[in-house]
Every structure is written in structure tokens, then in C-alpha cells.
Design a protein around this ligand. Structure first.
Ligand code: SF4
Length: 449
């Protein structure tokens, strides 16, 4: 099979993996060989670095053959799809070719499992090794790792890759048992733990070496030492499929919270299940609403940046599900009106972060501004805070909302009406969110945050 045909199959097969933060770019592609500059169709995805720089990645599978039969996966053993396989050398050559032509700045490589987990992992590691050692490749490498591969291979993978990810696949061990019985939840967690330990160790080595190389005596020279070996400096991430089993949003957030806390994950990606051809009867016939995935991302941000605990976000009486009509921060505020209006001149940072309409940056600006003066209504505009979004929940030196308005059962309806009149809902929460094709502006997930 020609390389271009393989590329077409293996790039398409990789698109189901959300864990490299592919972009929400839409509308342009060169499928069918027409046009140029496409960001789709041949496995180029985009992500954002912490400095806001857009990074293009070649996103492909080594192969879409697989000896496993995970029910939700298009590449499962029993799936009737066209198969293809690259050699490690072919992936290296392709990456270098795209890189030299300035099409990409890195590689996201995953694979179905061929022969055995160790064999597959060896192939993935060989691609990264060859790029780094044979070709001095300095671009970004994200390797998907196989949880039951030998620990030595995981250790090696992190030496070459910037980021590693191990898919948790489903929110609960029961879901995994039902839909991917060849996988083992404990083994996945254990592999994540191993990666986390390697990352931690590499950081500690780096810190202690930096400390020991500083000599402050007059006339002394800074001692130069070899750099400690690096290990996945971009951390590890994972992906969870949403809506393939009956796990509630509460169960999903509980798992995510455990992953962030237990293994120090940089990101958990949520991927709404998409129905696949010849699907097992265990799977739902319909995809969950995309909005559910979006709400989970919003809830995830509340946990990571806004100080919310996972159990606070899904409200009592909701059947364990997030409100699809309202973003979770606004839904929380409406369910906890006793905490509002929040006094913007006195409330501590952790409470300001709970005000719908205030994001992390606007809270920082507010805290700075109120050091020098008592904030008034007019200051909000100066601080670039959209007043229409926050006024229901705050008070200022010259602004005191009526208690009756805040307590009104009509408030939710009023906010919904305002949103349906073109106010982008995510702005109500003040959260900077990944664009899932729902907001007016395009924003991106970051590889690193
Ligand atoms: S192991 Fe991975 S590629 Fe293979 S069937 Fe399961 S999810 Fe798909």
C-alpha cells in the first residue's frame, strides 16, 4: 500500500483520540486532493502552547490493526474497516518530511495493539528514539502509551516524549469491564502511577542539580553539570469516553478529580462517544449531546482553576448529571443564592472565583484594583468585566441589587432568555473555555495547562 493511502487510513483512525487537544478548526479541508493548506484529512491537528503559540502536530496511528476488541472502538479486532500499518521508520520519515516542509511542529503517535503490548510499545518508543537520537529532532512528541507494556518501556518512552498519555477509556471499572473486558482498570491506574513517579523524580533531580550547581563565593565559577535525564516534561494526560456507558457526570468528575489528585495529570480529555458501524448491542445507538462533553470540560475547569470540589459541581436532585441549559458555575450560583450578592470590595479571592461572570483574570484585575480604592459600578467597565453578566450576583460601593431580584424564581429564566438573545453562555461563568464548536469565538485547549 502506498504511503499516502496508509496516511489517509491511519490519520483518519487517529481522529477519535481527543487527548492531543486537537483544534476545533472547521470548514476547510483538502480531502479528495483539492486545494492546499488543509488542517484536516491528513492528520494535522492543532494545539496551543502555554505562550499562546499554535502548534501543528502530525496525528497518526502506527497501525489500526488491534488484537483487542473494545466495543466502542472503530479499530477493534472485529471491526470491518480497512487496515494499514506503518513501520517505525516510515513514521520517522513522514514526521521529518512534514517537519522540513514546515507543516508540523510535532508528532502525536498512537497505535492499535499488534502482537503484544510490549511489541507495540517498543515500536512507538523506537519512533521517538530514532527521531531524537538519529535525527536530533527537537519538535514536540506526544506518545500514547500502552498501560500493560513493560515498565521499562514506559520509562524509556518518557525519555524521548514531551508528553505521555494513557487512556483511562471509561469513567468506571465496571464500564471498562463491560465494554473493554481485555483492559484492566487497575493496570491503567498503576501505569499512570508509574509515569507520575517518573515525572516527579525527573523534576526532583532537575531541582537538586540546579541547586547544587550554584556557587556564590566571590570568584567562584558556576559548576556545569550534565543535565539530568528529562522525563515527559509536558506531563501526562488521558481521555475518557462519555456516553458509551451509563456513568453519570458525577461519576466522571469523581474519576477526573482522582486522576488530577492521585497522578497529577495535566489534562483529562472528555470525548463524546460516537456511534460506530456494526456496533455491539451494549452501546447506545445515539451519541450523547455534544453539550454534555462541553459541560464536562467546564466542570473540569471549575475543579482545576476555580477551587470547586467535584461533589459540589453536580447539584443535588440532578440525578448526577450537569445541567445542560446552564454552565455549571452559573447553575451552582443559582442553587446557592444565599452566598450572594458577593461584595466585590471585601470578598476573598476564593469567593470571587465563584461569581458567574468573573474569570480568573478578571478576579486578578479586581483584586489589584481594589487595593487602591473602593470599587464602584463604573470600575467594572474599566476592568473589562461585562456588567450584564455579573450584576445579578454582586454588590459594589454604589450598587446594591435588590434581594428580591436575586431570590426571584424568575432569575434563571431571565438569564436563559438573555443567553438565547445572543449572549454567549460561557461568558456568564467568566470561564475561559475550550471551544467545542459552541461559542462565538474560537479558543483552544492547551497541550500544557
Ligand atoms: S486497545 Fe485501543 S485500538 Fe485496540 S480496540 Fe481497544 S481502544 Fe481500540
Amino acid at each position: 500500500m502506498e504511503t499516502i493511502a496508509k496516511l489517509s487510513i491511519l490519520a483518519d483512525a487517529a481522529k477519535y483520540d481527543a487527548s492531543c487537544a486537537s483544534s476545533g478548526v472547521k470548514g476547510r479541508n483538502s480531502l479528495g486532493g483539492k486545494g492546499m493548506g488543509s488542517s484536516e484529512g491528513m492528520g494535522i491537528c492543532h494545539s496551543y502552547a502555554p505562550d499562546g503559540r499554535c502548534i501543528s502536530l502530525l496525528k497518526i496511528l502506527l497501525t489500526n490493526f488491534c488484537i483487542y476488541d473494545c466495543r466502542y472502538c472503530i479499530n477493534r479486532k472485529s471491526s470491518n474497516v480497512q487496515r494499514a500499518r506503518f513501520t517505525a521508520a516510515e513514521v520517522v520519515a513522514l514526521t521529518l518530511d512534514f517537519y522540513r516542509r514546515n507543516c508540523i511542529e510535532g508528532l502525536f503517535l498512537s497505535s492499535g495493539i499488534i502482537q503484544s503490548s510490549d511489541y507495540t510499545m517498543e515500536q512507538l518508543v523506537e519512533v521517538a528514539r530514532s527521531l531524537r537520537e538519529d535525527h536530533d529532532f527537537r519538535g514536540y512528541i506526544h506518545l500514547k502509551t500502552i498501560p500493560d507494556a513493560a515498565p521499562e518501556l514506559l520509562a524509556l518512552a518518557g525519555r524521548y516524549a514531551d508528553r505521555l498519555s494513557i487512556n483511562i477509556e471509561l469513567p468506571t471499572p465496571e464500564g471498562l469491564q463491560q465494554l473493554a473486558p481485555e483492559k484492566n482498570a487497575k493496570q491503567i491506574q498503576s501505569a499512570m502511577g508509574d509515569v507520575a513517579r517518573h515525572i516527579q523524580l525527573a523534576k526532583q533531580e532537575g531541582r537538586s542539580q540546579a541547586a547544587s550547581s550554584i556557587i556564590s563565593l566571590p570568584g567562584s565559577q558556576r559548576v556545569r553539570r550534565a543535565r539530568p535525564p528529562r522525563y515527559a516534561p509536558g506531563g501526562q494526560s488521558t481521555q475518557m469516553i462519555v456516553g458509551a456507558d451509563d456513568a453519570s457526570d458525577a461519576a466522571i468528575l469523581l474519576t477526573s478529580s482522582g486522576l488530577y489528585g492521585g497522578h497529577g495529570l495535566r489534562r483529562v480529555y472528555y470525548s463524546a462517544f460516537s456511534p460506530i458501524p456494526d456496533a455491539s448491542a451494549d452501546l447506545p445507538l445515539q451519541a450523547p449531546p455534544l453539550l454534555r462533553e462541553h459541560r464536562l470540560y467546564q466542570a473540569d475547569w471549575l475543579m482545576r482553576f476555580y477551587g470547586f470540589a467535584h461533589q459540589e459541581i453536580v447539584l443535588p436532585g440532578s440525578g448526577g448529571m450537569l445541567d445542560l441549559e446552564l454552565d455549571p458555575k452559573l447553575a451552582w450560583a443559582l442553587a446557592h443564592r444565599q452566598h450572594f450578592p458577593m461584595n466585590l470590595n471585601r470578598a476573598p479571592k476564593e469567593w470571587l472565583l465563584r461569581v458567574p461572570g468573573l474569570g480568573v483574570r478578571s478576579v486578578q484585575r479586581l483584586l489589584m484594583a481594589r487595593r487602591g480604592r473602593s470599587l464602584r459600578l463604573a470600575d467594572l467597565q474599566q476592568l473589562r468585566i461585562a456588567t450584564a453578566k455579573v450584576l445579578a450576583f454582586v454588590e459594589l460601593a454604589d450598587y446594591h441589587p435588590r434581594r428580591a431580584d436575586l431570590e426571584s424564581p424568575l432569575l434563571r429564566q431571565q438569564l436563559l432568555q438573555r443567553m438565547s438573545h445572543g449572549v454567549v453562555q460561557q461568558k456568564h461563568s467568566g470561564m475561559r473555555l475550550p471551544d467545542m464548536g459552541l461559542s462565538a469565538k474560537t479558543s483552544q485547549l492547551s497541550l500544557f495547562d
